[in-house]
Design a protein around this ligand. Structure first.
Ligand SMILES: Cc1ncc(COP(=O)(O)O)c(C=O)c1O
Length: 229
């Protein structure tokens, strides 16, 4: 798993008795993966490489060449990639980065791509996500992974909807922005509307980002290159 990274990977894995090892991200290289360090972490017990792109908390968006380098390591050691792509398409205005799904560049390495409604659709309370299986050579089927995923999807993980709703609204209104005002006619029902809808969501996130950045700027820890966004 990446370091710095989303801490729940290790917490949730730990609860299932799965050990995680951390590979470094490089602050001076836009938080790209330290490929040598990643490779050095792999041993005979390694069963998968977890990649988070775009990244929380670093805000990095990997370019194609870097993703290909990661895939090459996975291929060398016959490891699948678990791609947390919950921030898919999150590239803020002014950035020259392009979001590329990891699976789109992989031929032989199986990829489990994780997505959800929380970020792009701004509905964290629904606790709704998905895993897309990219497995051209059907490796997962013979390894029992598909069956495992099906079992996992049947675990009852009850929603925290009311709790999250209560927390979300004051947080947003503090930024003097109300979501319905920002999304007057946009609904994700058609593809064209969806593009508008998503660009407005990006704008809201950008607004919150600027708000947070300005609030955090006086704190030395958040100065470059450690600035998380
Ligand atoms: C990198 C990353 N992955 C996964 C999640 C989980 O998203 P959800 O809110 O759908 O549980 C989050 C939430 O913050 C995240 O930042």
């Amino acid at each position: 798993v990446p370091r710095p990274g989303f801490p729940l990977y290790t917490t949730l894995a730990g609860g299932l008795g799965i050990a995680t090892k951390e590979y470094n991200l490089l602050p001076e290289q836009d938080w790209q993966v330290d490929l040598d360090h990643m490779e050095s972490m792999i041993d005979t017990n390694t069963v998968a490489i977890m990649v988070n792109n775009p990244s929380n908390p670093c805000g990095s968006v990997f370019d194609e060449d870097h993703i290909k380098d990661i895939i090459a390591i996975a291929e060398k050691y016959c490891l699948p990639i678990i791609a947390d792509e919950i921030y898919d398409h999150f590239v803020f205005r002014g950035s020259d980065k392009i979001y590329t799904p990891i699976a789109s560049l992989s031929v032989n390495v199986p990829v489990l791509s994780c997505g959800g409604l929380t970020k792009r659709f701004l509905v964290p309370g629904w606790r709704l996500g998905w895993i897309t299986i990219h497995d051209r050579n059907d490796v997962f089927a013979s390894a029992g992974i598909r069956k495992g995923l099906q079992s996992l999807s049947q675990v009852n993980n009850k929603p925290y909807e009311k709790f999250q709703y209560a927390r979300r609204v004051p947080a947003i209104s503090q930024c003097t922005l109300r979501v319905p005002d920002a999304l007057p006619n946009a609904s994700p029902r058609s593809a064209r509307n969806f593009t508008q809808f998503h660009s407005k969501i990006l704008e809201i996130n950008y607004f919150i980002l600027v708000f947070c950045r300005e609030s955090l700027e006086p704190i030395p820890l958040f100065k470059e290159p450690c600035q998380p966004f």
